[in-house]
Design a protein around this ligand. Structure first.
Ligand SMILES: [Zn+2]
Length: 153
C-alpha cells in the first residue's frame, strides 16, 4: 500500500525540471510527459516485470499500478491552476483540463504550502479524499490477504 501511495506521486517527480530550467509548458515540464497515460502504462509494464520476479499476480499488479499512476494526471485535470495536463503525450502536447475543476491547485514547495492558501488546499483535499481513505482502511471480514499475492504463495 505504501509503495502504491508512493507511485501515485511519481508523476510529480517532474518538478525537478524547475531546478533544471525546463519550461513548464515543455513536453517534459511540469504536468507534461510524466502525467500522461503512456507514462502510466510504462510504469505499469515495469511493475508487471517486477511482479513476475517477486511472485505477485502480474496482470492485477500492472492494472492496479496503471490505475494509480494514471489517476494522478486525471486528478490534476480537476485542479484550478497551472497549464493543464499532457494526458496524450507523446501523441499530442495539448494540455487538458476537466470541464469541472473543484480542486484548488497546490502551491509547490514547503515555503508556499505553509501559507493560508496552502492550508486551505490541504483542507480541501482532506475533505475530498477522506471517503477514499475510509474505504481503504475500513476493516473487512474474511480477508485472504493481498489480492496481488497468488493464492498458496
Ligand atoms: Zn501532478
Amino acid at each position: 500500500m505504501l509503495l502504491l501511495a508512493g507511485l501515485s506521486m511519481l508523476p510529480d517527480a517532474d518538478v525537478i525540471g524547475f531546478a533544471l530550467h525546463v519550461p513548464y509548458e515543455a513536453p517534459f515540464g511540469h504536468r507534461g510527459a510524466t502525467h500522461s497515460l503512456v507514462f502510466a502504462l510504462a510504469v505499469a509494464l515495469v511493475s508487471v516485470a517486477v511482479a513476475c520476479a517477486v511472485k505477485l499476480r502480474p496482470l492485477r499488479t500492472g492494472a492496479l499500478v496503471f490505475a494509480v499512476v494514471a489517476s494522478h494526471g486525471l486528478l490534476d485535470t480537476l485542479t484550478d491552476g497551472g497549464l493543464g495536463v499532457a494526458l496524450l503525450w507523446p501523441f499530442s502536447d495539448v494540455r487538458f483540463f476537466a470541464p469541472w475543476r473543484p480542486i484548488p491547485v497546490a502551491p509547490i514547495g514547503a515555503a508556499f504550502f505553509l501559507t493560508g492558501y496552502g492550508l486551505r488546499v490541504a483542507a480541501t483535499e482532506l475533505v475530498l479524499f477522506v471517503p477514499l481513505w475510509l474505504y481503504a482502511f475500513w476493516p473487512r471480514r474474511g480477508g485472504k490477504g493481498s489480492p496481488l499475492v497468488r493464492s498458496g504463495a
